[in-house]
Write a protein that binds this ligand. Structure first.
Ligand code: DHB
Ligand code: FE
Length: 282
């Protein structure tokens, strides 16, 4: 059976991708952020996953407000990186794990999650940036296949944090009932605190972010019990993306070991962070 070897969390700020495109990772502005990425990459190199389930939100690039699935699962053989308006980025397409995608859809439907099934889509910075942070930029081919899981954290009503956490448990069941010996990581993306619009544009909350990084490992039930409004209040309207880390966390054991944690503020308008979790006794 496939094995879940780690739960990863990462911001997906698009200008992190731009900094990598433009070779700015060593500049005064960016170095403190990128200095904290190395241990995440080292963990990947040491643990060699075969598949990454990437939980993220599209940002009006592939889905617009005319069609907003609450949960959607990719079952494609390939996902091209979408051009978000600054021209195509020099990163390879992502090879999909279509069969695992279908198995996840099956398992979700059996557990009454009823996702949208996506057989063709381009993926935005929500997936591109965390993939490059953990796996570096390959010349031709990413070292893992991906299954993208899209969560609506944009158009209200967005799903409850508790529901995101429960989805993670279903994904764990799907992974462990999938035949073969694939080594799987699950990546929750987005956050940490940021608000890009409205009267609180520019809002960040480093104190809440640090507490979140602690709680996502030690007390996920507390985070799952919070309301959507709590997320917006504490982390900003876009910081509510952090609910997607709960999907990742729900897939992991109740007790986990923190292998790496990094926080830096601000990356663009965002408190940026990374976490690497292993199941205790893994
Ligand atoms: C920023 C952060 C995001 O998560 C995002 O999706 C877009 C922009 C930012 O801080 O610039
Ligand atoms: Fe985002």
């Amino acid at each position: 059976m496939a094995k879940l070897i780690g739960g990863l969390g990462s911001s997906h700020v698009p200008s992190i991708g731009l900094a990598m495109d433009k070779g700015l990772t060593g500049t005064e502005d960016w170095k403190p952020f990128f200095d904290g990425i190395g241990p995440g990459r080292d963990w990947i190199a040491a643990n060699r996953p075969d598949v990454a389930i990437v939980v993220f939100n599209d940002h009006g690039n592939s889905f617009f407000l005319d069609k907003v699935p609450t949960f959607a699962v990719g079952t494609a053989e390939r996902y091209d990186p979408i051009d978000e308006g600054w021209g195509p980025r020099a990163i390879p397409s992502f090879e999909g794990h279509a069969e695992l995608g279908w198995h996840i859809v099956d398992t979700m439907v059996e557990r009454a999650f009823d996702p949208m099934i996506v057989q063709e889509i381009e993926v935005d910075h929500g997936l591109q940036v965390p993939m490059e942070l953990f796996f570096s930029r390959p010349e031709k081919q990413w070292p893992v296949k991906v299954v993208p899981i899209f969560v609506n954290v944009i158009q209200y009503p967005v799903p409850l944090p508790s529901r995101c956490h429960a989805l993670g448990k279903v994904l764990r069941e799907a992974i462990e009932s999938y035949p073969g010996d694939d080594r799987v990581v699950i990546i929750g993306t987005g956050g940490l605190s940021h608000q890009l619009q409205g009267s609180r544009a520019g809002f960040v909350n480093p104190e809440a972010d640090r507490q979140f990084l602690n709680d996502i490992a030690a007390d996920p039930d507390k985070l799952a019990a919070m309301s959507r409004e709590d997320y917006v209040r504490l982390f900003g309207s876009e910081g509510a993306e952090l609910m997607m880390w709960l999907v990742m966390r729900g897939a992991m054991d109740r007790k986990v070991e923190v292998r790496h944690e990094h926080y830096y503020v601000p990356a663009s308008m965002t408190g940026a962070g990374m976490i690497v979790l292993e199941n205790l006794g893994a």
